[in-house]
Design a protein around this ligand. Structure first.
Ligand code: AMP
Ligand code: FE
Ligand code: FE
Ligand code: ZN
Length: 273
């Protein structure tokens, strides 16, 4: 029995539609998944009325910012219709849309001419426009050979065309998720590269740590599992699948977690209510 609790779809910056994700997950033999798009639950909403032979946990990955660090907070079992939660998501995605326009203007100033229309095509039905969509338009236009090259040259955080988007503070994201009845989990703590900040976030009342992530080394995996145990936090994990060629894992099912971790999440949730 295996699960994957970190998956992106075309509702944010993934390449597969929510329906395709479900089909691939079933074929890969996964029993439980969570669609955790950046700042939107549109992918989950698209599916939740269908009957699907797979447990789907409603999820989200909120981008937050503190001390100049980007910190991602995952939310699981959220009530996607909770008023405040839905309102904040609407604000975040609207701001992402405006920010894309600002990035496109910066790129023009740098001599890279892509249109808002092409970015919209790349974003498809995404409700959460991000740098990857802009990067795809730049590659399509022939300015760069790959998405990785776009990030290296212009779109990296604090790069020449970088514009931040509105972000919550980690403590606001944690509160929002918990208010919507969900469990808040610190995403890929090893990518933050600031252990003081990780400990500060644990102090804010987070419910779990995503110790199991493809970009963690085996040392980081062990370290965060132990850190979670010390602080009595849940251990979660997932592939952070985007369906992007060259970005591991390229297929669902290649990186998964044991379903026993889901039971522990459900137990923690039952103790809260
Ligand atoms: P945004 O949320 O719009 O600032 O974009 C961040 C997203 O861009 C991340 O979630 C990744 O999916 C993607 N990303 C960030 N850095 C890179 C990179 N160096 N190469 C490819 N994709 C990246
Ligand atoms: Fe992403
Ligand atoms: Fe992330
Ligand atoms: Zn992610």
């Amino acid at each position: 029995m295996s699960a994957d609790l970190h998956i992106h779809t075309t509702a944010s910056d993934g390449q597969l539609t929510p329906r395709q994700v479900i089909d691939f997950a079933i074929r890969a033999g996964l029993n439980t998944i969570s669609i955790t798009d950046h700042d939107t639950v549109a992918g989950y909403l698209e599916l939740y009325k269908e009957s699907i032979p797979l447990q789907i946990i409603p999820g989200i990955e909120l981008s937050t910012n503190v001390a100049d660090c980007e910190v991602h907070i995952l939310g699981y079992y959220v009530d996607v219709n909770q008023e405040q939660f839905a309102e904040v998501l609407q604000h975040l995605t609207k701001d992402r849309f405006q920010r894309a326009g600002k990035i496109i203007r910066r790129l023009h100033d740098l001599g890279f001419f892509i249109s808002q229309e092409r970015v919209a095509v790349m974003a498809g039905n995404s409700h959460s426009i991000g740098r990857p969509h802009i990067a795809r338009a730049l590659v399509e236009q022939g300015y760069f050979a790959s998405i990785a090259e776009v990030f290296q040259t212009v779109l990296a955080t604090n790069g020449p065309a970088y514009v931040p988007h509105y972000k919550l503070l980690p403590k606001e994201a944690i509160k929002l998720i918990q208010l919507a009845g969900g469990l808040a989990v610190l995403a890929h703590p090893g990518l933050i590269k600031n252990e003081t900040l990780v400990k500060d976030i644990i102090g804010l009342g987070i419910d779990g740590l995503e110790a199991i992530h493809p970009k963690h080394t085996s040392q980081q995996l062990g370290y965060y599992q132990e850190l979670a145990q010390t602080h009595r936090l849940l251990i979660t994990g997932g592939s952070d699948f985007h369906g992007i060629a060259g970005r591991y894992p390229e297929m669902l099912g290649k990186f998964s977690i044991p379903s026993s971790l889901i039971k522990e999440m459900e137990f923690a949730l039952s103790r809260k209510t």
